[in-house]
Design a protein around this ligand. Structure first.
Ligand code: KG4
Ligand code: ZN
Length: 347
């Protein structure tokens, strides 16, 4: 019988719990998002996030167990996302997981949140074929990896400034689309002319597999509000977001999306020129992006490469991916103990 794992995720602003059988069969997947608590700040406020996790984590875990039709005593291991993320948020999940694992005397599994995103394409479907290139694109991460298997992972590149999801969210605020506006910008981009505005596709130097989004963000700022007089906090812009016409807003969204997605696809192409792999794994909130999914589909079809995109509900932060990778770790004997702590960065 495959082990039954309880997964717990609280690294940012989603409180989540899931029950997964083996490493892929999801029995329940509960996500309580806090967007409504952070929307007025147009960003996640760490103190508000950790307090909300505390209030929600108990009921979310109870719901995950109930929907899976199991009791806590049926659980064979407790997996928790312990890094990277907001430290106060992570600590809530880690403390809950340690207490539960101790109370039922079952193994505790310490799961890296970013690597768990790369396991999300396997949920509810076929196992992944390795070796693979992995791309994690979310509000907090934009990184490329080489994977010999789910647990043997080497980072090839990462963003040197903003994450792509963060750039989408800031661009969406600038275009008057609200927060977190990645999905709204994606929808609007479909209605615009992507060649209308010449926004930069960041490639950094020839060899680099790192990403950069600050130049694109600034170029969009100037395209929306004009070039400022003065600097820093004293900068005065000739135009406001409210001055945008609907046509211009659509064209800017489409042009931003073209630049953001093109740089990702070109980096993958660059990574593949030096790494022979069977699959391309994609995870993180931005893997829900329609243009990215479409471009990667044709890219992989042309190269006979297996493209593994997560189902839409496993793109965002969730605990099923934590439990799934936790099961792989359990099988490999990589078990944590009650000294486990959280870490803001990947260790
Ligand atoms: O993985 P996730 O739920 O949380 C983090 O670990 O960050 O990703 C959330 C991010 C947000 O920045 C959100 O705007 C972005 O994913 N996102 C999208 C789309 N759907 C979600 N960005 C672009 N296009 C989308 N369709
Ligand atoms: Zn994430």
């Amino acid at each position: 019988m495959s082990p039954l794992l309880l997964g717990i995720e609280s690294s940012c602003d989603e409180t989540a719990a899931a029950v997964v059988e083996g490493d892929r069969h999801v029995r329940s997947n509960i996500v309580s998002t806090q967007h409504e608590l952070h929307v007025e700040y147009a960003g996640v406020v760490p103190e508000i996030a950790s307090r909300a996790h505390l209030e929600r984590i108990g009921p979310v875990i109870e719901t995950a167990l109930r929907e899976a039709g199991v009791a806590l005593s049926d659980i064979d291991g407790v997996a928790v996302g312990h890094e990277p993320g907001l430290i106060g948020s992570l600590l809530v999940g880690v403390s809950a997981a340690k207490a539960l694992a101790w109370s039922i005397d079952r193994p505790l599994l310490a799961v890296n949140h970013v690597l768990a995103h790369l396991h999300s394409p396997a949920l509810d479907t076929e196992p992944i074929t390795f070796p693979a290139i992995g791309l994690v694109v979310s509000g907090g991460h934009t990184s490329l990896y080489h994977l010999d298997d789910a647990l043997s992972v080497r980072e090839l590149g990462r963003t040197i400034d903003d994450a792509v999801g963060e750039a989408y969210d800031k661009a969406a605020v600038l275009l008057g689309l609200g927060w977190p506006g990645g999905p709204a910008l994606d929808r609007l981009a479909g209605e615009g002319d992507e060649q209308a505005v010449d926004l930069p596709v960041s490639m950094l130097d020839r060899e680099s597999l790192d990403f950069s989004y600050s130049g694109l963000k600034t170029a969009l700022l100037y395209a929306v509000r004009g070039h400022p007089t003065g600097r820093g906090a004293a900068a005065a812009f000739p135009r406001r977001t409210e001055d945008l016409t609907d046509d211009r807003r659509r064209d800017l969204a489409a042009s931003f999306q073209r630049a953001a997605v093109t740089s990702i696809v070109r980096k993958i192409e660059r990574a593949l020129s030096t790494h022979e792999v069977s699959s391309l794994l994609v995870g993180g909130g931005v893997s829900a992006n329609s243009r990215l999914r479409r471009d990667l589909e044709s890219f992989c079809r042309d190269r006979d490469l297996q493209l593994r995109l997560p189902a839409p509900h496993y793109c965002m932060d969730n605990a099923a991916m934590i439990a799934g990778l936790g099961a792989v770790q359990l099988e490999a004997g990589q078990v944590a103990d009650l000294t486990l702590s959280a870490s803001a960065r990947s260790t």
